[in-house]
Write a protein that binds this ligand. Structure first.
Ligand SMILES: Cc1cc2nc3c(=O)[nH]c(=O)nc-3n(C[C@H](O)[C@H](O)[C@H](O)COP(=O)(O)OP(=O)(O)OC[C@H]3O[C@@H](n4cnc5c(N)ncnc54)[C@H](O)[C@@H]3O)c2cc1C
Length: 272
């Protein structure tokens, strides 16, 4: 089936084209879209691209960093000011995938992918989208919950506050094949503290549901407490609460539920 490629100079024009055609897909780095096309996915009849440089912008001039949807993981790794995102960027595929794959595309990647998005969820990122009805900012959790309905919208950028300290933000991807395997479980935690007590704990999990999700029971177990053996054990004990992992070729749902607490304990105690 022939596929039409439409290239636009501005993100706004691309967004209009995308929202007008249900069979249109935006092409980010193409690591997933091109694979789908090569495998004969007939649901895609139009590929929309934008050469708008705003989509490739990184702004680290303030405490809130802004990353264009078209920024690749290789560029994140080259940006010293984004050191807190280097572990999640390094967790994606191999060098070729990191050179092409984008932050925007990762928001839509289905299990076992979406490893970078797990980090963004723990950082309470905001997703800026442009749809047929104009531009708006959506909290990432809300975006992920309605992700299947977002396919007609163009993601312009994501923004997030830097973690309060290097130690506050932690990330761990569990894979059977290192460094390139698909995720058994991916975990990220953002643990701001005030007077030695955790405030506003965020724990995000990948491969524990249809999309990256917050581990709210574990967050509650840490809230207002010091990060010590007792609070870590309490969080680990409820890590799987609310999760609905699937059986996949990489791991069974049962296994994921069994080991999530172990990996959360290791993440929170700073173990490798
Ligand atoms: C060999 C291999 C290994 C991989 N390993 C990993 C891994 O370890 N971890 C991981 O998370 N992922 C992995 N991936 C998946 C993928 O490379 C990444 O998730 C990547 O971030 C996808 O980004 P992309 O720009 O290539 O997406 P694309 O293929 O361009 O797009 C993917 C989807 O997102 C949509 N999209 C892209 N950009 C936008 C936008 N700005 N606005 C609206 N919609 C948009 C597209 O329309 C499409 O539906 C791997 C892929 C391959 C082929």
């Amino acid at each position: 089936m022939p596929v039409t490629v439409k290239t636009f100079a501005t993100a706004a024009e691309a967004a209009t084209a995308l929202s007008a055609d249900r069979a249109a897909r935006y092409l980010g780095g193409g690591t997933l879209v091109m694979r789908a096309l090569n495998e004969g996915d007939i649901s895609i009849s139009t590929v929309v691209r934008a050469t708008d440089r705003a989509l490739n912008r990184i702004d680290v001039s303030s405490a809130r960093v802004v990353i264009g949807a078209g920024v690749t993981f290789a560029r994140i790794l080259a940006e010293r000011e984004l050191a807190f995102l280097h572990a999640p960027a390094r967790a994606i595929g191999g060098p070729a995938v990191r050179n092409m794959g984008t932050v925007g595309g990762n928001l839509f990647a289905q299990n076992p992918f979406g490893d970078f998005t797990v980090a963004l969820l723990a950082l309470d990122a905001i997703v800026s989208v442009q749809g047929g009805l104009g531009a708006r900012d959506i909290p990432i959790e809300e975006f992920l919950q309605s992700r299947d309905r977002q396919s007609g919208a163009l993601v312009l950028a994501i923004s997030c506050q830097r973690p309060s300290s290097a130690d506050a933000f932690r990330y761990r991807k569990v894979a059977r094949i290192r460094p390139k395997g698909g995720s058994v479980i991916t975990l990220a935690a953002n643990l701001a503290a005030s007077s030695g007590r955790i405030t506003g704990a965020r724990i995000a999990l990948g491969s524990m549901g249809p999309a990256p999700m917050r581990a709210r029971a574990a967050e509650r177990a840490l809230e207002g407490r010091a990060l010590d053996a007792a609070s870590i054990a309490a969080a680990a004990a409820v890590a799987a609460e609310g999760a609905s992992p699937s059986d996949t070729a990489i791991a069974s749902a049962w296994y994921r539920r069994e080991v999530i607490g172990v990996h959360l304990r290791r993440l929170l105690s700073g173990q490798e």
